[in-house]
Structures are given as structure tokens and as C-alpha cells.
Write a protein that binds this ligand. Structure first.
Ligand SMILES: Nc1ncnc2c1ncn2[C@@H]1O[C@H](COP(=O)(O)OP(=O)(O)OP(=O)(O)O)[C@@H](O)[C@H]1O
Ligand SMILES: [Mg+2]
Length: 260
């Protein structure tokens, strides 16, 4: 069963088209797709379209159903997005945010079970000691972790993560990606992650799709897509790639080769 299928996706802001006929590799159960591309290439726009937050032409199917046909309540239980911007600094606490996000789903979940679920995700993301701290007292990276907790606590089948590790240190980058992968392995479903970090993408993604100016220029296995030629033409950098014994490609970016 294809969990997520996307083809012919086009989207505009006003009269300006920013996504052109985007097709993504089909995602099967337990798979993670990396969405790559330079600034302004259309990653977040594609995420908004997948999250049904923006009108788009084309076809997006989840478990075979067109997303436009999925009832709102079902949708909220099925799909969650971690937006590029972390939750704004407010006087609300992480616990209050997660509690209200799950309660909005109208799940048959006791207060005790919900409290346990929130405790677990906070423990996994190193937020236990900040559970009752107002958000405006948290660092930027910790707020980004709260944003990830906010999506994952809902136990969605499809997770959309828009640069979820951009503010995180080395330990939490790997821990967040490990958590996403272990959830996919345990619970099934599928995830799409927009990333600028090529090494993370190569290490964790089953497949990647490379966007440039709103168009897919390459898609497939990380080693097939992250080639020196593609990195030069799309990002304007000179890079060397090396295939590790584990079949993962690693990338050494040497220098910019054009003024951007
Ligand atoms: N709300 C908006 N109104 C008008 N144009 C927008 C809006 N949001 C994004 N755009 C434009 O759409 C294009 C794609 O932007 P998008 O945010 O999807 O890129 P991105 O790949 O996520 O970039 P980044 O890596 O910087 O996050 C850009 O040209 C951007 O200026
Ligand atoms: Mg973006």
C-alpha cells in the first residue's frame, strides 16, 4: 500500500506559480522522504500543500484516498505538520500546548493516558524539566523541540517536518531523526522531511527529492540524487561525495562556485 503519493502538484501565491508539476517518489509504510533544495526552491510551499494548508492543483493521495476527500476530523488524526517556524514564545507552557493539541482531536483518551503520552514524548525530546515553563523562557532550540513534540504527541500516520532540526545541536539533530525513524519502524506510516543538512538526509532518508525553482530536478536514492553535478547545478557549490561501506553517501562541500 502506498501511504503517500504525490503527482502533478502545482501551486501559486497570487499569480506567481512557485511549484510546477511536482511529483514525489511514492512512500510506502515506514518510509522517510527527504525534500531538498536551496532557499526559496519551494520546500515549505510543498509542505503546506501536503498539509492541506494551501490550495494546489495535482494529486495528493494518502492510503489511496485523495486528500481533498478525507473528512476534516479524520485528517487531523492522520496527518501532522511541524512547521518551519517553532511555536511562538508565549506564556503558555509546553504541557498546555500539547494537552490542547491532543484534546482538539477528540480522541477517546483518558486524562491519565494523555498525561503519560505527553510525559513520554517530553522524555524522548529532553523537555521533561521544561514541561511547565512558559514558552517565552525557552531557548530557540528547545522551542523547536516543543514544535516536534506537538506534532508527534498526536501519533499521526503521516508526519510532515519542515526543517525540524535547523536550530538543534548535534546531539538533538540525531536524536530527533532517530525518534522519527523508530516511530516509523514501530507504528508504520510515512514521513516527509525538508532538510538543508545533506548528511542527515543521506543517513536517514529512504529516498530524497531535489527541488530547484519549484521543479523536481532529481528524485530517488540519496546516493543517486546527491551527486557533485546536482549539488553544483542546484546549490552552486563544489562538493565531493564518498560512498561509505554502509552504502550511505557522505558529502564534503568544498566551496561556493557562484555568487548567490
Ligand atoms: N506567503 C507567500 N506569499 C508570496 N510568496 C511566497 C510566500 N511564501 C513563499 N513565497 C515564495 O515562494 C517561493 C518558495 O518559497 P518556500 O518558502 O516554499 O521555499 P523553501 O524552499 O521552503 O525555502 P527555505 O529553504 O528558505 O525555507 C519563494 O520564491 C518565496 O518567496
Ligand atoms: Mg522553507
Amino acid at each position: 500500500m502506498i501511504r503517500l503519493g504525490v503527482s502533478g502538484l502545482s501551486a501559486s501565491y497570487g499569480r506567481t506559480r512557485v511549484l510546477h508539476d511536482v511529483a514525489l517518489p511514492d512512500l510506502h509504510d515506514g518510509q522517510l522522504l527527504g525534500l531538498l533544495g536551496p532557499n526559496a526552491s519551494g520546500k515549505s510551499t510543498a509542505m503546506h500543500c501536503l498539509a492541506r494548508q494551501m490550495k494546489a492543483d495535482g494529486e495528493i493521495r494518502i492510503d489511496g484516498d485523495l486528500v481533498s476527500d478525507i473528512p476534516h476530523a479524520t485528517w487531523l488524526r492522520k496527518v501532522a505538520i511541524v512547521p518551519q517556524s517553532p511555536p511562538a514564545p508565549t506564556s503558555l507552557t509546553p504541557t498546555e500546548l500539547l494537552w490542547s493539541a491532543v484534546r482538539a482531536l477528540d480522541l477517546a483518551l483518558s486524562d491519565r493516558s494523555l498525561a503519560a503520552r505527553i510525559q513520554d514524548i517530553f522524555a524522548e525530546l529532553g523537555l521533561s524539566e521544561l514541561a511547565f515553563a512558559p514558552l517565552h523562557t525557552l531557548s530557540g532550540g528547545k522551542r523547536q523541540l516543543v514544535g516536534i513534540a506537538l506534532a508527534l504527541v498526536r501519533d499521526p500516520q503521516i508526519v510532515l517536518l519542515d526543517e525540524p532540526t535547523s536550530a538543534l545541536d548535534l546531539y538533538w539533530r540525531l536524536t530527533v531523526l532517530d525518534l522519527v525513524r523508530s516511530r516509523l519502524a514501530r507504528q508504520g506510516g510515512a514521513a516527509v522531511i525538508a532538510l538543508h543538512d545533506m548528511d542527515l538526509a543521506a543517513r536517514y532518508c529512504d529516498q530524497v527529492a531535489l527541488l530547484s525553482n519549484g521543479r523536481i530536478v532529481a528524485a530517488g536514492l540519496p546516493a543517486e540524487v546527491m551527486t557533485p553535478d546536482n549539488l553544483a547545478s542546484v546549490y552552486g557549490v563544489e562538493a565531493k561525495t564518498r560512498m561509505g561501506e554502509d552504502g550511505r553517501v557522505t558529502i564534503n562541500v568544498l566551496r561556493p562556485i557562484r555568487v548567490s
